[in-house]
Ligand binder design. Structure first.
Ligand code: MRU
Length: 351
């Protein structure tokens, strides 16, 4: 049902009336899919990081709404509406920072509200079609960001990225890694330096895996090594994704991004952010208002079964940080490259 042709990794797929999501917690050791048939299930999948990455979370949530409608389509209208509302609330509470989640739920709500005269089964099918449209659009948008962004990378560039803004963080192709994929497809020899990205290791586990799968040269470093490599002149450009961009261009992305951006400025290395318009939140004036998720202490105390910190230590685990717009060389969007992003430039993207 999806037009996933040419997509290297199937992060989400529709199979036999269920949503299947690759379990990103198990990568790279195991490639396994988990099936979902309700909004509650998908909300739990988002919360527990089976699926992660801003655009992928949005797409998953849209399918969550459609699944809930399909599941309840034979109930009386009032119960159907009540159950759908509850499902949307569960999805909205799954993670706070990536605005794509709320953007996708708003789109689904508009379809729901416009179909009040329809039968439940007809409405459920329209909700499914909307979720599929969001999925298809995401891949198209990533490819067009890739084309715009590829122009920014020189042949032979050594490109640092943080976290995973790849196919696994989207419906396919990726945002930051999409730019790298498109540059490689255009014949440029690009090599990637992947920050490990403590504590959840999205860089080591997911970005490195995606690049290795595709034969794009990738070197893994721990997060505290990037400053040294910049100082040594071994990084030519930096490109990351985003979870939410405020109206003034401040960028919330995975914890550690801010550190990289400060170092990039110090070493005169361009710092690019690739993000679809659905990641830009014009209702929020500056990055200060972006809610920053604080995740479980266990992620910092150890990894999987291995625990390395003592009992009794207190822990902080903010999952995102905010990079001020002044440190961003350019935003790469599906409408083109915005250099020195600011309030006016961002507003004009929506005209
Ligand atoms: O906690 P995560 O893994 O959902 O965080 C993901 C990121 O921070 C990504 O860089 C961001 O969502 C960009 S995705 C194209």
């Amino acid at each position: 049902m999806f037009s996933s042709e040419g997509v290297s990794v199937e992060t989400l797929r529709w199979r036999a009336d269920t949503l299947e999501m690759i379990d990103q917690r198990a990568l790279p050791e195991r490639v396994v899919y988990i099936s979902y048939n309700s909004a509650q299930g998908v909300a739990e999948g988002i919360r527990s990081m089976v699926v992660r990455g801003a655009p992928a979370i949005g797409v998953a949530a849209a399918f969550g709404v459609a699944l809930e409608a399909l599941r309840c389509q034979h109930l009386p209208k009032a119960v159907f509406d009540q159950t759908l509302e509850h499902g949307i609330e569960l999805l909205a509470a799954s993670r706070p920072t990536a605005v794509n989640l709320f953007w996708a739920l708003r789109r689904m709500r508009i379809v729901w509200q416009s179909g009040q005269q329809e039968s439940n089964p007809a409405l459920a099918l329209r909700l499914l079609a909307e979720a599929q449209a969001i999925y298809d659009e995401d891949i198209r948008i990533n490819r067009s960001m890739g084309q715009f962004g590829a122009e920014l990378l020189a042949d032979g560039a050594r490109v640092l990225t943080h976290c995973n803004a790849g196919a696994l963080a989207t419906a396919g192709h990726g945002t930051a890694l999409g730019v790298i994929r498109s540059a490689v497809a255009a014949g440029k020899r690009i090599s990637v330096i992947a920050d490990e990205t403590r504590p959840f290791l999205q860089g080591a586990r997911l970005t490195a895996w995606e690049m290795v799968q595709e034969g794009i040269p990738v070197t893994l470093i721990t997060d505290n090594m990037s400053g040294h490599l910049m100082q040594q002149g071994q990084i030519d450009a930096i490109i990351v994704g985003a979870d939410r961009v405020a109206a003034n261009g401040d960028v919330a992305n995975k914890i550690g991004t801010y550190m990289v951006a400060v170092l990039a400025q110090r070493h005169h290395i361009p710092f690019y952010v690739a993000c679809p318009l659905s990641t830009i939140d014009l209702t929020i004036a500056t990055g200060e208002q972006i809610p920053i998720e604080e995740r479980a202490a266990a992620e910092v105390l150890g990894f999987r079964e291995c625990r390395w910190a003592p009992n009794g230590v207190s822990v902080r685990n903010p999952s995102f940080d905010v990079t001020p717009a002044a440190l961003v060389t350019a935003l790469v969007t599906e409408k083109g490259v915005v250099r020195n992003p600011d309030r006016d430039a961002l507003a004009s993207l929506f005209l």
